[in-house]
Design a protein around this ligand. Structure first.
Ligand code: GDD
Ligand code: MN
Length: 362
């Protein structure tokens, strides 16, 4: 009888100032090792230079524990990605160091991977799951809203979870596309590794005993930035067009505002319309470069501005012509309404030129 290859697992734990929690975590993982003596398990502690004794502590430990200290590009997600890349084994598990995630669930997670799941989540929001009682209303609501925002990307119940397992091949499938910021590395992997068969298992999410959460308000804001990236990744053209339209709408207000003021000062309508278009063009450029086409921000701003103005100039002529033509068609129409019609025509024209010529990726 041939010996089947043993189950091998890399457990990746990002840490920042968790020196009090690590011994407890190691203890519980050791129990797991005793329970499954034929499993090969490595623990990777990915520390962002906590300088709290973590290094000393981890290095004194057994050979199945590896420590990686990072000093650059800090952050929870980045640490996890580093860990996933360094991991040696077939099954990859990611969990927090503060014992919020029960290591005892790892065998069940691995079972599901063996049975064909792409990705297994330790979930707080499926039947049988629970959280410690003093989870405040605010944290709960916050977590629910964050999950809801990710709905168009994934239908799992707890996409915010930091406790998950995946097969190494699943990770390799998406690893070059990974570009996370903030805390939601699980969501990043779900999207980028194109996980179809996701299984959620209930966990009890315990409150940490030592130290405090590093999930600051700033990290929460990063989530919005992260979501934006994921939407662009998944729905690139649609997201871009939507952003272009939002920027364009802001430009409409700028345009109408300037136009109203100029007309108020009795500037002749031909000039007022042209000036209003000019000012809104500049504000549109700034916003589109910053948001809509931010992936092309490495390119020279001068070159892009000239391109944008050049492209918009044609669009502006289209806009100008449509506006004045509308006014000659309906002389009684207020100029603001005619301007709206012109803006719309100019906008469609502009999107296409900007997307495919001015803000070209790479
Ligand atoms: N290397 C590294 N670098 N590790 C970090 C960093 C960092 O910048 N920030 C936090 N960590 C580590 C912590 O040391 C801990 O092991 C783990 O990441 C989770 O951090 P916590 O600060 O305990 O996060 P939390 O409990 O508020 O959030 C957890 O639950 C959320 C769901 O409510 C995390 O699992 C989140 O991913 C999850 O969304
Ligand atoms: Mn925690």
């Amino acid at each position: 009888m041939s010996n089947p290859t043993p189950t091998s697992i890399s457990i990746i734990v990002p840490t920042y100032k968790e020196v009090e929690n690590i011994p407890k975590l190691v203890e519980r993982l050791e129990q797991l090792k005793t329970q499954y003596p034929d499993w090969v398990i490595e623990l990777l502690v990915i520390d962002d230079d906590s300088s709290d004794g973590t290094e000393l502590l981890v290095e004194l430990k057994q050979p199945w524990i590896r420590l990686i200290v990072r000093t650059e590009n800090r952050g929870l997600s980045q640490a996890v990605v580093e860990g996933l890349k360094q991991a040696k084994h077939e099954f990859l598990v990611v969990m927090d160091a503060d014992l919020s995630h029960p290591p005892e669930k790892i065998p069940e997670m691995v079972q599901h991977l063996k049975k064909g799941a792409d990705f297994v989540l330790g979930s707080r929001y499926v039947q049988g799951a629970s959280t410690d009682v003093d989870w405040g209303m605010f944290r709960w609501l916050n977590s629910k809203v964050a999950t809801l925002l990710a709905w168009p990307l994934t239908r799992v119940k707890d996409s915010m979870s930091g406790f998950f397992a995946l097969h190494r091949t699943t990770f390799e499938q998406g690893k070059y596309a990974l570009n996370p910021i903030g805390y939601k590395i699980g969501l990043e992997l779900l999207v980028k590794c194109d996980c179809q068969n996701v299984h959620e298992i209930p966990i009890h999410f315990a409150d940490r005993q030592y130290g405090e959460s590093k999930l600051s308000f700033k990290e929460q804001l990063r989530y919005i930035q992260h979501l934006r990236r994921l939407f662009i990744y998944r729905y690139s053209l649609g997201t871009q067009m939507a952003q272009f339209a939002v920027v364009g709408t802001s430009g409409v207000f700028v345009n109408l505002f300037v136009l109203t003021i100029l007309i108020w000062f009795n500037v002749i309508v031909e000039l007022a319309v042209a000036l209003a278009i000019g000012v809104s063009m500049v504000s549109n450029f700034v916003l589109n470069r910053r948001f809509t086409f931010s992936s092309a921000r490495d390119d020279s701003i001068i070159k892009q501005f000239l391109g944008f103005v050049g492209a918009s100039a044609i669009g502006a002529v289209v806009n100008y012509a449509i506006t004045l033509y509308t006014l000659t068609l309906i002389p009684t129409l207020i100029p603001q309404l005619a301007a709206l019609v012109g803006i719309l025509g100019g906008m469609f024209f502009n999107f296409a030129i900007n997307r495919f010529f001015v803000f070209k990726d790479k």
